[in-house]
Write a protein that binds this ligand. Structure first.
Ligand code: FAD
Ligand code: SIN
Length: 526
């Protein structure tokens, strides 16, 4: 089965939906998304979206905070561009119907998070992402030029490889002609031909056992583009959020927003000591990589399963009003955050690296853009500043839409692309073979490629992953397409990229920390 569309958008978080709404004025848009239109990492974002909105803040301060959090590894030109364009993109979101909390004098109620020297985070209570996702979804569902394909899973992007050409890594002339997409309900594989394809598939948190990411975050975009010989970079910089609720039986881990620390909550170890000052003069509000490592270290020293986040000294009405989502969630689990400390642990949260793109979101593959968490723009460097992800997605979707729309009229469909080949594939007899490999990947990555790494652990992880890779590839080749097998294959690819890039980084920097390779520069304290 074949479909043709001007813009093929894969993913329906803030990045994909924002792009779709802009591009729909210039051609037919198809959004392919593997779950419902509403399901994404975006929906779970809590703290908010960073932008300079009022004095005493200014662009230079936001730029410097981003550069410092990124541990000297950001692309400064990109940082300057994103920070300057951020307020305009926030206005676009407001025009699309997103409401950000205000104070009684009608000014925005700006919050603060780790690494920010000013109050600059716009938010909607502590469920900002849900407010953004809802507003965008409503607009997209009403747009006559946008066709929505829910429960459709992008398997592979189409290039000259599908015309029988052999493509080399980093080959400059690769074109993207669309994607093979599995309809998860029917089930069948559709050949989607497009003039331009947009990868907006978000993160990969599920490569680890403990993550704040929902189950859709399996690194599909990075894996697809890597297999198509696109350039992937900085995958070793996996950001662990310092504070997810310690609740070993629940997946994903519930996030305890960093905005709580911006509001005055403090981290304590099991002895009740505010340990963060021993690690960094910024205390509980140091950048994320530093706080996550400090917590990991405290847990290891004392042999504890978690540390505490204490907000019991804060005004209880204020807490309930600002953080209703966290308050309610914890209360359901028997923790009244106004009276009791919250048990917290770090959890895999965000991929700073991804598909390498230019300042318009264009990848090294022609006609292929990558926007949002899946992209590596240079903004985050080795460690993302809190609340800089949603804004990056908004800025880059806008820039990618301008770039893609300007060229759409010159482009044509590649009709010679063949249909999906089902030959030799049958139904998988034992799903356990796939689910077990899924769990094993997560175990390998958590045990050997987590917050603290070493040469030995990385070597061991690579060897273990190789075995699972071979098994899964064999299974994939002889099985009819299923979501689970595609996801485990993608997670293996992503795990491989993280390990390989971590092995090649002979320095501890930002969120990549190795006991065998100390820090060379001194831009952060721990
Ligand atoms: P997503 O929102 O993750 O959307 C990806 C989409 O792609 C989904 O619709 C998914 O179903 C689809 N998809 C994936 N693979 C496929 C496939 N193979 N085929 C078809 N569809 C596919 N950032 C901030 O700036 N501020 C915050 O306060 C904040 N809080 C956060 C809290 C939590 C709990 C989490 C998990 C993240 C938070 N982040 C925050 C990070 C931020 O939410 C994400 O980085 C951002 O939302 C990513 O947006 P996106 O559009 O790139 O991807
Ligand atoms: C949070 O609310 O702590 C998450 C913010 C982010 O990931 O940027």
């Amino acid at each position: 089965m074949r479909k043709r569309t001007d813009f093929l958008v894969i993913g329906s978080g803030i990045a994909g939906l924002t792009f779709a709404l802009e591009a729909s004025h210039h051609g037919k848009v198809s959004i392919v998304t593997k779950s419902s239109l509403e399901e994404s990492n975006t929906k779970y974002a809590q703290g908010g979206i960073a932008a300079v909105f009022s004095e005493p803040d200014n662009f230079e301060k936001h730029i410097q905070d981003t550069l410092i959090a990124g541990d000297g590894f950001c692309d400064e030109e990109v940082v300057r561009m994103v920070v300057r364009e951020a307020p305009e993109r926030i206005k676009d979101l407001i025009n699309l119907g997103v409401s950000f909390d205000k104070r009684s004098d009608d000014s925005y109620d700006l919050a603060r998070e780790g690494g920010h020297t000013e109050y600059r985070i716009l938010h909607h209570k502590d469920n900002t992402g849900e407010a953004i996702q809802k507003a965008l979804t409503e607009k997209v569902r009403k747009d006559p030029n946008i066709e929505i394909f829910e429960n459709h899973f992008a398997i592979e992007i189409l290039t000259q490889h599908h015309l029988g050409e052999e493509l080399k890594k980093n080959y400059p002339g690769i074109n993207c002609y669309g994607a093979y997409v599995a309809d998860l309900i029917s089930p069948k594989v559709i050949t989607f031909l497009s003039k331009v394809t947009i990868i907006a598939t978000g993160g990969m948190g599920n490569v680890y056992q403990t993550t704040t990411n929902p189950e859709i975050a399996t690194g599909d975009g990075v894996a697809m583009v890597y297999r198509a010989k696109g350039i992937i970079e900085n995958m070793e910089f996996v950001q662990f959020h310092p504070t997810s609720l310690y609740d070993p039986n629940t997946r994903p881990s519930f996030l305890i927003t960093e905005a709580l620390r911006g509001y005055g909550a403090v981290l304590k170890n099991m002895s009740g000591e505010q340990f963060m000052k021993r690690y960094d003069s910024r205390g509980s509000l140091a950048p994320r990589d530093i706080v996550a490592r400090a917590i990991d270290n405290e847990m290891k020293i004392w042999g504890d399963d978690h540390v505490w986040l204490d907000c019991t000294h804060l005004n209880s009405d204020g807490l309930k009003d600002h953080f209703p989502n966290v308050y309610e969630h914890c209360l359901k689990r028997g923790i009244d955050i106004t009276k009791q400390m919250i048990p917290v642990v770090p959890a895999a949260h965000y991929s700073c690296g991804g598909i390498k793109v230019d300042m318009d979101g264009q990848s090294n593959i022609n006609r292929l853009y990558a926007i949002g968490e899946v992209a590596s723009t240079g903004l985050h460097g080795a460690n993302r500043l809190a609340s800089n992800s949603l804004i990056e997605a908004a800025v880059y979707s806008h820039r990618a839409a301008i770039s893609a729309c300007a060229r759409i009229k010159e482009l044509t469909f590649e009709e010679k692309i063949p249909e999906w080949n089902y030959k030799g594939t049958t139904h998988l007899e034992e799903m356990i073979l796939v689910t077990q490999n899924y769990k094993e990947v997560q175990m390998i990555m958590s045990n050997y490629v987590g917050i603290v790494r070493s040469d030995l652990r990385l070597e061991r992880a690579l060897k273990r992953l190789e075995i699972i890779y071979q098994e899964t590839e064999n299974l994939y080749k002889r099985s009819l397409i299923s979501k689970k097998i595609c996801e485990v294959r993608n997670l293996i690819n992503v795990g491989y990229l993280i390990i390989k890039m971590a092995k090649n980084r002979h320095e501890s920097i930002g969120s990549h920390y190795s006991i065998d390779h100390p820090k060379k520069r001194s831009s952060s304290e721990f």
